[in-house]
Ligand binder design. Sequence first.
Ligand code: UDP
Ligand code: MG
Length: 348
Amino acid sequence: MPLKSILQSLSYCKEFENMLKNSMKEIFISIIIPVYNEEENVTPLYNEIISSLEKKYKDFEIVFVNDGSTDNSFQKLLGLNKKDNRVKIINFRKNFGQTSAIAAGFDFCKGDIIVTLDADLQNDPADIPVIISKLLEGYDIVNGWRKNRKDKLLTRKIPSFFGNRLISFITKVKLHDYGCTLRGFKREVVKNLTLYGEMHRYIPAIASKFGTRSIEIPVNHRKRKFGKSKYGIGRTFRVILDLISIKYLLSFSHRPLQIFGGLGMLMIGAGFLTGISLSYEKFVLRHSIADRPLLFLTILLVFLGFQVITLGLIAEMLTKIYNEGLHHNTYSVRDKIGFENENIDDST
Ligand code: UDP
Ligand code: MG
C-alpha cells in the first residue's frame, strides 16, 4: 500500500477517534435510583457508582427518588447532595411504589442516556459502563440479565423463571429477566412512556411497539446485605394482572372491537342459535317454551353480548384518558433538590 494512502487512512482513524471522543464528551448520563427505606445502602451505593463512572465519564447525574422512606434514607441523601452536586433528589410525599419512582426519575432527569438500578446494592454499578457502551453502539434499550441471581429460590427465582417465559411468550419480546431493574435506555425511548402499576418491568415490551432495538447482557447480582426486600409472592399476581393490560395495549388498544367485539359477537351468535332452536320448538312443533331454561340463556347471551361490546369500549376509553390523556402523574413530589429549576409543579 502506498505511504500516502496509509497516512490517509490513519488520519481517517484519528478523525473517527476524535469524533467519538467529542460525541462522548457531549453525552450526559443520568442514573436513576428508586429508594424506599435503604438508609444503610445509599452511601455505599453512591461510592460504588462514583468509582465506576468518574474515570470514564465527565457529565453525569445521580437521581435518587425517595419513595416515601420512613427511615433516614432522605437525610443520608441530603448529605450526599451537599457534598456532590451531581446527586439530585426527588422526594415523594408518600410511598407511591417503585414504578412511580422510576417514572419520576424519567420525567426529571436530563440525560441522553438513562440507567436505572436498585438502591439495595444488589445490582453492581461496575456493570454500568458496559450498558452505556452498548447504548453508544446503537441499541435503544440494554437489559440486565441476573444470570446468577442471589435471591430466595421458592418465592423469587421459581416464580420469576415461569414469569419471564410467560411474559416473553405473550409480549413476543424475549428476555430472560424482566425483573432486573439494571437497565439502560436512550432518552427518547422513555421520555414519552406513561408508567403505572408494576409496569416498569415491561418497558422493553411496551417500547417494542415503537420498533426499539434491545439487547440483554449478563450482569452481576449480589445478596441483599442491609434492609429488607419490599416484595413477596404477592407481587407475582400484580405482575400477571399488568401483563393482561400490557398485552391489551400492545395488541388491541387501537382496535378494541377485535377483542370485545369478538367476544360479544360470539355471545350474540350463541344466543341467536338457541333462539332459532326455541322458535322452531314453539312455531313448528307447537311446544310451550315459557318454562325453558334455554329461553333465559338466550336472553342472557344476547343482552350480555351487547353489554360486553359497549362496556369494553367505554372501559378502554376511560383508562386511556385517565392514564395518558390528562398528563396525570402517578406520584406527587414534595421537594426537588439539586435540580436547576426547583419550583415544584403542584398539579400532581
Ligand atoms: N422500592 C421503591 N418503592 C417501593 C418498593 C421498592 O422505591 O415501594 C425500591 C427499593 O428501595 C429498591 C428497589 O425499589 O431500590 C427494588 O426493591 P427491592 O430490592 O425490595 O426488590 P427486589 O430486589 O426484592 O425485587
Ligand atoms: Mg433488591
